[in-house]
Write a protein of this length. Structure first.
Length: 724
């Protein structure tokens, strides 16, 4: 009764024990203590409707035995209404005479044969769990060896002694449930650095029989490195100056990502501050100098703001540094901001996009409007130029000096001094922080496969690659169609299926995978980080070619369809596995190191009838593969993950199974054995759960983000990277 803040019993956020510790530790909710989370065990069963109107739901005996053995204090029954078989609603307290009844049939216990066995317990440091003040430790031991042994073990009791302090048994939520073939692991943060840790594990078998005991000892990790607050750069002695004027022009600069209004001259990030023209973190008008800092192998950038009229050219000079080493002016890239009118007010103009400037190009300072019908920007008083400089990995560390000249067609030029501090550290060519730029259409133009198309497509890949991002294009649609030239032809049936010819696919995408497409960038030879394959529910075989309930309207699918593994024919599954295996062999033979993502993106939304038009959608999927909701969706993802594991033999390799899951709290443990990459919008609310998936299952975890719109600060991109 009551709500979250005045509850008198259990709620979604707290079990009502009065301890205020959540269901499985601070900050947890009910989903942390069910469906395999928090050391629980769970099963799934079909409800059977009786003639008397009651539903009968089988309960696994081992769950009841866990109650008797003291491994569990409760039973949770969940009505997981999805799309399979029936919509089974049940009631307990809320409906008079409809409360659930648990019937248990007892028999003589089956005592496992064999002697009690020893358990080898490992206690090792866990550096990833350390913080600035504490160490961390991992306690692990072998679980049941296989499916046959899983029924013999109910669970474990675990006791951990840290630095000689004897506590009670670890709480249930910290102790994993036995999983056949999987090593049990407990990750314990918050331990004194380097402390000695003793762990004892008691195995509980069926019928509450003691099944083994083990003890292990080890030491916690050291504390993590202390985090030093950044020291902000101090402005030059002597105070601020002003913009640099000459020849009817006034020039100043702002840091990378800062936006200046082309009408008012105000800075979007500091609208109440008026001194940005005089001094800011990269500019001081007192000596007309732009000051920058970079690692070797890094791009460094700023925006140059030019106030005035007429036509100008940007003329960079070489930057001269220690021991005569210089950074060539040809390494500078300049772009002109084109402004969009994005609001009702006369001054609501925002820079987007950037148009690259050829070296020496003349620019009209009053022709930078992108959506004004070619009439220019009314009331424009300034024009921003985005200036980038690449610092090569072989640059000498130290201070570099140079200049950037803004030369009008008539009148005196404005000469700006550039000072660049190059650090000794070198940014590697390989990107170890992944920015995945998701897209659904190729930017290439013309006939797919033509030289013009390939050149255009690769230019966009190279633009992202140049700046340490990855253009990631999904080449199939919800309707089961594929962009031309993105899937090679497949021949053969069942286990004999194979790709008939890789030539066109290799020609189009191979240069991305071996790095040849990036030879003209500052990261030559570095391959594309990741790439979407088209393997999904409708390739290499269409749904109509193997799914038994494919002709059922989506609205009726839940009434008749069984589990997904019963829906796809053995021949369909064999063909999918054979083609996936062919991809795996081909990519390995080529020696490509790009991660090939098998990603199912389709949603049943596109299969439904449109309420406005009355027309059925063209979608082919009966499941919500992207952002799964019901257990049926997670089970469908598990089905394809198992197929991929069969194709690759389960060994690490180029093919990775990816799923986008923003509700990881409902995923249970279904994806644990198959998921390589989880992209989740739930990182804010369920970070501990996702961190555990990373640490215990070796899963890579990404989270969603997006670029800010033109009306907001581009500094949000940097803030997002720092936040992640």
């Amino acid at each position: 009764t009551g709500n979250y803040s005045r509850a008198t019993g259990a709620t979604f956020l707290d079990p009502g024990t009065g301890r205020g510790a959540g269901w499985a530790g601070p900050g947890t909710d009910f989903t942390d203590a069910v469906f395999g989370r928090g050391g629980t065990i769970w099963t799934r069963a079909d409800a059977i409707r009786g003639k008397d109107g009651w539903w009968t739901i089988p309960v696994a005996a081992r769950i009841i035995e866990a109650l008797g053995a003291g491994l569990s204090r409760g039973l949770a029954l969940a009505d997981d209404s999805g799309q399979t078989r029936a919509n089974n609603y049940f009631f307990a307290r809320e409906q008079s005479g409809g409360g659930a009844v648990l019937e248990v049939e007892a028999a003589d216990p089956v005592i496992p044969t064999g002697r009690r066995h020893g358990v080898e317990v490992s206690v090792v440091p866990w550096p990833a769990g350390a913080d600035g003040s504490h160490g961390a430790v991992e306690v692990s031991w072998d679980g049941p060896p296989g499916p046959g042994a899983a029924t013999g073990i109910l669970g474990y009791h675990v006791r951990v002694v840290v630095a000689g302090v004897l506590p009670d048994d670890l709480p249930r939520w910290q102790v994993p449930a036995p999983v056949p073939g999987e090593r049990a692991s407990i990750l314990l943060p918050g331990v004194p650095p380097g402390a000695q840790v003793l762990a004892e594990v008691f195995v509980v078998e069926r019928a509450s029989t003691p099944g083994g005991f083990g003890r292990g000892a080890g030491f916690a990790s050291a504390a993590g490195p202390a985090v030093e607050p950044p020291r902000l750069a101090r402005p030059p002695a002597g105070g601020a100056g002003g913009p640099a004027p000459a020849g009817g022009l006034t020039v100043w600069a702002v840091p990378d990502g800062v936006k200046v209004n082309p009408v008012t001259g105000s800075v979007l990030e500091e609208t109440a501050v008026s001194h940005m023209r005089e001094m800011n973190p990269c500019w001081n008008g007192r000596d007309a100098t732009i000051r920058l800092a970079a690692l070797r192998g890094e791009w460094v950038a700023f925006s140059l703001v030019v106030e005035g009229r007429g036509t100008v050219r940007l003329e960079p000079g070489d930057l001269t540094g220690p021991h005569g080493f210089s950074l060539s002016a040809t390494a500078m890239m300049g772009s002109r901001l084109v402004y969009q009118h994005l609001g009702p007010g006369a001054t609501e103009w925002f820079g987007d996009p950037l148009v690259p400037l050829p070296p020496g190009a003349a620019v009209d300072l009053t022709q930078a409007a992108g959506n004004s019908g070619g009439a220019g920007l009314p009331g424009q008083n300034n024009q921003s130029f985005y200036v980038e400089w690449f610092v090569p990995a072989g640059a000498q560390p130290g201070r570099y000096h140079g200049s950037l000249t803004v030369r009008p067609t008539a009148g005196q030029p404005v000469v700006i001094t550039l000072v660049l501090e190059v650090a000794a550290a070198t940014l590697p060519r390989e990107a170890h922080f992944t920015f995945s730029l998701n897209a659904y259409d190729s930017p290439g133009t013309g006939e797919p496969g033509s030289d013009r198309f390939l050149a255009g497509e690769r230019a966009w890949y190279a633009l992202a690659h140049e700046h340490r991002g990855t253009l990631a294009i999904l080449h199939y649609s919800h309707s089961g169609n594929y962009a031309e030239g993105t899937v090679p032809a497949v021949a053969g049936e069942g286990a004999t299926a194979h790709v008939t010819d890789w030539t066109a696919w290799d020609r189009r995408f191979g240069p991305l995978f071996d790095g040849a497409a990036f030879g003209g960038t500052m990261r030559p030879g570095v391959p594309l980080d990741h790439f979407y394959l088209a393997l999904c529910e409708h390739y290499p075989t269409p749904m109509a070619g193997g799914y038994r309930w494919n002709d059922t309207p989506w609205e009726d699918h839940w009434k008749v369809a069984g589990p997904i593994e019963e829906g796809f024919t053995p021949a369909w599954r064999d063909r999918w596995v054979a083609v996936a295996r062919d991809y795996d062999r081909h990519i390995r033979a080529k020696g490509w190191h790009t991660s090939m993502l098998v990603y199912l993106n389709d949603k049943y939304d596109f299969k439904q009838v449109d309420a406005r038009t009355g027309r059925r959608g063209s979608g082919v999927s009966f499941w919500q593969f992207d952002e799964p909701i019901h257990s049926d969706d997670f089970l469908a993802l598990r089905f394809f993950g198992d197929l991929l594991r069969t194709a690759t033999g389960g060994a690490p390799g180029p093919l990775k199974f990816r799923a986008d899951v923003s509700t990881p709290e409902w995923s249970r443990d279904l994806l644990d054995p198959v998921l390589d990459l989880e992209v989740s919008g739930g990182y804010g609310g369920y970070r501990r759960l996702l961190d555990r998936a990373r640490d215990q299952h070796g899963r890579t975890v990404w989270t969603y983000g997006s670029t800010p719109p033109a009306t907001e600060s581009a500094l949000k991109i940097s803030a997002q990277a720092l936040d992640l």
